[in-house]
Design a protein around this ligand. Sequence first.
Ligand code: GLU
Length: 294
Amino acid sequence: MTPPVPRSGQPAVRPYRGRIAPSPTGWLHAGHARTFTVAWRRANAAGGTCILRMEDLDTARCKPVYAEAVYDDLRWLGLNWEEGPDTGGPHAPYVQSERGEIYRTWWNALRDSGCIYPSPHSRKDVREALSAPHGDSGEAVFPARLRPPPGARGGRTATRAGNWRVRGPDDRAIRFTDGCRGDTEYTAGRDFGDFIVWRKDGYPSYEFAVVVDDHLMGITEVVRGEDLLLSTARQQLLYEAFGWSAPAWYHCTLVRDADGRRLAKRTDARSLRAMRLAGVDPVRLCGRLFASQR
Ligand code: GLU
């Protein structure tokens, strides 16, 4: 089929492509139900596509039993997904642990550009080394003094070099417009520091894999929880480093318990799986979730 020719002076409008991107590191909860439902509804309302991507790079925490529950929970919620890798049938999910070669190719490209560097410091080292206060988010900001001088690229292989970090543009404002919250701004070097893109265990970090995937999968809008707002700021820097345009962003407010605490994957009693097995009506659950919050 021939694609429609855009009228001169008008950019071609890309069809909406969204994604549901769970990590099978625990039982999903009502917050996931809301975020994934928003993602699915926005794709449908735009007449677009919604894909499923299983984000299973945290090998220590991901378990097949959680992945199985994700599929069952999504079906229970009435959320279906489209396409998938050729090998897995028409509605197979994309699975990050099967995409190692792709990430390695793009990691090589980033390394050759000089905007990342090998760092022997783990997140724990950074937390321990910091006497300075953490960023507003409470997150330990990597201190610039631990950064090697520009031009020091280190070893050629990921595994020998420890973690690899992005050399941050200190004090630069990172701005984006969020579909839910409006204009949003963070400052590199204050709200977050040089972040890890490649882990010393040979896997890409969440930030890196998600940017490569969202770009290669043609995602036009990322819908996720607002606990990942800082990650979005970091990811904007990666889009810039790759020379790719970033998708639109839509961060959903978090679902909280009666005491105002964020829901956690650890609490099985509040999991979607537990509700599903107890015969809760998913339509009523969604009605409640959308009644009071965005
Ligand atoms: N996999 C992440 C999570 O379950 C979400 C990542 C994203 O939406 O970018 O928290």
